[in-house]
Ligand binder design. Structure first.
Ligand code: TXA
Ligand code: MG
Length: 320
């Protein structure tokens, strides 16, 4: 908790961004729009501020946070940034790609950010509000998705309030986010081995396929996960979810796609980018509906469809 029980919502205009910067400077926690989902930000160099993120989310302390930086030069201050990392982000940053690289031991970041790992997850966001905010402050921002741990991620300010109202200082409302699913996470291992830890809006296979085809960990479904947040049950809507459902039962809230209309449609035209942008809103609607069960239409396993199916599978996994 941040010591308050009223969460203020302000428009993400210049005054709102300046206010967010002041709260962050003094160690508060603020929900901010990014091009993927809303993040819950705190200054990454302050133990107490980072602790507030874990407390507000109810996040297990073994699950490390992504650190958001202004640019590549800023990233270099906190991590061993080699040629492979530079290649990976080229043409993508600022954008929805997170890179996991060796952390600098003397980086000055709060210990809880990396949850004891030797590596650090870094991302340079593209959203103009995040960029304006990072320009106003002289510290990087730790920011996981702005939802209670394990619950559906937020793509609107209202979604943030659904799970964190009264637990955070401020929501900077920048309207609905565009990409709709969290950043692609790429780990770069010693010896230049690339491993995709989480599928997302950036199609690494299409952009950097040559780095994955060396008989080393194959791209594909997220597997034995180093990213501890990639737990089987995540994004949970709080009711059973049936996958690849072309038709639905009377007591199911149907999430549609393409030819399958549904109660909420990810994309009537079968557009995967539109579907990703609408995924969490449909899950929020399904969670709030009176219908006791959810069914989701089949989604092609190509491009950002891999990220959508990854999130749906985790949303469908029983909580442990
Ligand atoms: O698009 C996004 O990435 C959003 C926005 C707010 O930037 N953030 C986000 O954060 O999705 P979060 O905390 O919900 O997911 C971060 C994931 C978790 O699965 C975590 O375990 C993983 O990144 N992670 C963080 N640091 C890591 C590290 N050093 N090694 C491996 N995985 C790491
Ligand atoms: Mg999350």
């Amino acid at each position: 908790m941040s010591g308050k029980n009223v969460t203020e919502v302000v428009r993400a205009d210049a005054a709102g961004i300046a206010r967010a910067a002041r709260i962050l400077e003094s160690g508060g926690i603020v929900a901010v729009p990014t091009e993927t989902v809303y993040g819950l930000a705190a200054r990454a160099d302050d133990d107490a501020a980072v602790a507030k993120i874990y407390a507000a989310k109810g996040r297990p302390d073994f699950n490390p946070l992504i650190v958001h930086v202004r640019d590549e030069a800023h990233a270099r201050q906190y991590a061993d940034w080699d040629e492979a990392a530079a290649t990976a982000v080229q043409t993508i940053w600022p954008g929805p790609l997170t890179v996991v690289v060796p952390a600098k031991p003397d980086s000055g970041l709060a210990k809880a950010v990396t949850a004891g790992l030797q590596t650090l997850a870094l991302r340079c966001p593209a959203h103009p509000v995040m960029r304006a905010l990072l320009d106003l402050i002289d510290f990087p921002l730790a920011a996981p998705s702005a939802n209670r741990s394990g619950f559906i991620s937020p793509t609107t300010a209202q979604h943030v309030l659904t799970s964190l109202d009264g637990r955070i200082d401020l929501v900077l409302d920048g309207g609905p986010t565009k990409a709709g699913v969290e950043s692609t996470i790429l780990a770069i291992r010693a010896g230049g081995v690339w491993e995709e830890l989480r599928p997302g809006p950036v199609d690494l296979d299409a952009l950097h396929g040559e780095h994955f085809g060396k008989g080393l960990p194959a791209m594909g479904d997220v597997k034995a996960i180093e990213a501890p947040g990639q737990l089987a049950s995540h994004y949970a809507p709080g009711k059973p979810l049936r996958l690849a459902a072309a038709t639905s039962e009377a007591d199911e809230f149907h999430i549609g796609f393409g030819g399958v209309a549904g109660n909420c449609t990810l994309s009537a035209t079968g557009n995967l980018a539109e579907a990703a942008a609408r995924l969490y809103d449909c899950l929020h609607q399904a969670a709030a509906s009176d219908l006791p069960r959810i069914a989701a239409a089949p989604i092609p396993q190509t491009g950002v469809g891999r990220a959508i199916n990854d999130r749906l599978r985790r949303a469908a996994a029983p909580a442990d």
